[in-house]
Design a protein around this ligand. Structure first.
Ligand SMILES: Cc1cc2nc3c(=O)[nH]c(=O)nc-3n(C[C@H](O)[C@H](O)[C@H](O)COP(=O)(O)O)c2cc1C
Length: 323
């Protein structure tokens, strides 16, 4: 199977699927596996832990992979960008914040820049700053995001910045979603939730098991997970997770959580370590309904592309040629 788009041509890949740079979850092995399956793996540098980043870059071996950072966090430790650029990643991926300080160094290194945005205005701004590919992320996404939904956001971004390739993100976890994204004018899909429970994912085994059993009916956007972890996220973005005892206890009482922060933070960190998912968050999107097993990244990429191709062919049968 081969689906050819502006994205596959630009990146010289076989499948129009990008692994989302899930902070701490998309490590070198997962990124390499997605690349080897025909897509492009992107390591989730997240808030930027140097030791973690170096280890995961090594773990990717010779595979061509990209590196992603949370932009506002990178601004606090800009040297991290050089560590990534020194490894000559296939792409740099930036999301959540002002691209301006980083677009120049990335361009001078000759590395393509992918920017993830949540609004049409930010898509235009990213292209003006030199982004070569723009990811339009809908609110369905797991992890941080904003308010607009994928279905109307993607074609609006395509209209605003075409012919720059637009990649759809948020809620795409099978071939049906991939085919739909292509029909909206996207050149591919960026997927996080689909790979969260994969065998190569660095998510805690208990978090993977919880994700496989979970329903998209029970994800919520909120701030308590960031408050308890001590991350000062700008207000325009919050985080989608599975609802659990911790989110139910504190989402209506953020001030109470802040008053008890030291104790709660210790308990939260211990829960993360132990895989206690009643307290620690399973960071996952609405598409978690479609995650029904822990599979290899290769199987996920292959199933998505085969299924998308079948859907695209089936689409033609909807047209009544006799009329
Ligand atoms: C566990 C998890 C961690 C994430 N961490 C990051 C991150 O560090 N940086 C980032 O740009 N996006 C992050 N995202 C968002 C993804 O880039 C992407 O937009 C999202 O996964 C797409 O929606 P989906 O989850 O429905 O596939 C994360 C998503 C998840 C599920």
């Amino acid at each position: 199977v081969a689906i050819t788009t502006a994205l596959t041509r630009q990146l010289a890949i076989n499948a129009p699927i990008l692994l989302a740079p899930m902070g701490g979850v998309s490590g070198g092995a997962l990124a390499a596996a997605v690349t080897q399956a025909g897509g492009l793996g992107i390591i989730g540098g997240g808030y930027g832990n140097r030791e973690w980043l170096s280890r995961e870059l090594d773990a990717a071996g010779n595979a061509e992979i990209g590196v992603g950072f949370i932009t506002w966090s990178l601004a606090k430790d800009p040297d991290l960008l050089s560590i990534a650029l020194d490894r000559r990643p296939r792409v740099m991926f930036l999301s959540f914040g002002d691209l301006a300080p980083f677009a120049g160094p990335i361009a001078r290194a000759g590395i393509p820049l992918i920017a993830q945005v949540q609004t049409v205005a930010d898509a235009r701004a990213a292209v003006d700053l030199g982004a070569q590919i723009v990811v339009a992320q809908g609110t369905e996404a797991g992890g941080h995001g904003a308010t607009r939904a994928t279905l109307p956001l993607v074609p609006a971004v395509v209209d605003a910045i075409g012919p720059v390739p637009v990649v759809a993100a948020g809620g795409i976890a099978d071939g049906r979603g991939l085919a739909a994204a292509l029909m909206l004018g996207a050149a591919g899909a960026l997927c996080g939730t689909a790979f969260y429970a994969s065998t190569e994912s660095l998510a805690h085994p208990a978090a993977k098991r919880t994700a496989v059993a979970a329903s998209g009916d029970h994800t919520v956007r909120g701030t308590v997970v960031d408050v308890v972890r001590g991350y000062a996220w700008p207000e325009r973005w919050n985080i989608r997770t599975l609802e659990n005892a911790f989110s139910r206890r504190w989402s209506g009482d953020v001030d109470g959580l802040k008053r008890d922060l030291e104790r709660q933070s210790k308990a939260y960190a211990a829960a993360q370590e132990a895989g206690d998912m009643d307290t620690a968050a399973v960071i996952i999107g609405e598409a978690v309904d479609l995650v029904r097993a822990s599979e290899s990244a290769r199987d996920i990429v292959q199933r998505m592309t085969v299924e998308a191709e079948a859907r695209l062919r089936a689409g033609e049968r909807l047209i009544d040629t006799k009329r």
